[in-house]
Design a protein around this ligand. Structure first.
Ligand code: ATP
Length: 252
């Protein structure tokens, strides 16, 4: 019996849109402080899965429990509380271009946490910028930052509300290989420093290998392969799983 704490527990999850069966019996666990990589072709249902996790969509059948609570059974207040514990780091960093880095970080904090003093806000922002290795960027505008720096600030902004779960959407998309490596290290450092449990959605197998404790490959509405990188990829027999590996390593 596996004794590790499950922060997310998905069983037999199904979701269709009209004739399109997107999720067809998904089973998946995310353990506390685990980095779980989710791979799947475009349109395979990764976003639908995340939307069900945060209550933006409702499943047709099956169970999605987060922190032991059935998400579909939560009322609005409970759902809001859950969402504050789940940080979503968007692919494009989603920074406000007209705000400085400080203002970008301050905005979600003051909107969601009442009665903070100026000193507390400043300390939190400075601690987070230090955590992502960019303390000197506090007064810069997003347009003055590189792609990798924007990703770091995006991660800091997601962390500002102290989430227990981090969802990274294509964290290395559009970055050069060296910066990809830096972002992968950041994902590992964030887990170490903030004790987060994470789902990393990526097509980048180097990112998957470096950041993930386990890989889960979504194929035809189900997770067909779940395990460590070594268990899932180099020896894959399923042609579709193999194609991820071949594509990444033949084209890199
Ligand atoms: N609200 C919706 N109504 C109808 N169809 C939807 C809806 N949301 C998603 N779909 C369909 O479900 C399928 C899965 O979409 P989803 O966005 O989860 O894919 P994805 O794996 O996240 O893809 P990508 O890697 O391109 O982001 C797609 O065919 C999409 O068109």
């Amino acid at each position: 019996m596996d004794q590790r704490e499950r922060v997310v527990e998905i069983r037999g999850l199904e979701k269709s849109f009209g004739d399109l069966d997107v999720l067809q019996g998904v089973d998946l666990d995310l353990y506390r402080e685990e980095n779980l990589v989710v791979l799947g072709k475009s349109g395979s249902g990764k976003s639908v899965l995340i939307k069900i996790m945060v209550g933006l969509l409702r499943q047709d059948a099956g169970s999605m429990k987060v922190f032991g609570q059935e998400v579909a059974a939560l009322n609005k207040k409970e759902l809001n509380a859950l969402r504050l514990k789940i940080g979503f780091s968007f692919q494009n960093s989603a920074l406000y271009d007209s705000m400085t880095v400080r203002e970008n970080l301050e905005f979600p904090l003051v909107r969601n946490v009442k009665n903070l003093t100026r000193g507390e806000i400043d300390r939190r922002i400075e601690e987070l910028l230090d955590g992502v290795g960019l303390p000197q960027s506090i007064n810069q505008m997003p347009s003055e930052l590189s792609g990798g720096q924007k990703k770091r600030i995006g991660v800091a902004r997601t962390l500002i509300l102290n989430p227990e779960i981090m969802l990274y959407d294509e964290p290395t998309a559009g970055l050069d290989p060296i910066t990809c490596g830096d972002i992968n290290n950041l994902i590992l450092e964030v887990r170490e420093r903030y004790k987060t449990s994470s789902i990393v959605i990526t097509h980048d197998l180097a990112c998957a290998k470096q950041t993930g404790d386990r890989m889960a490959v979504l194929l035809d509405g189900q997770f067909k392969a779940i395990g460590t990188f070594e268990e899932v990829f180099p020896k894959a027999t399923d042609e579709r799983v193999k194609s991820f590996y071949d594509y990444n390593f033949i084209n890199s």
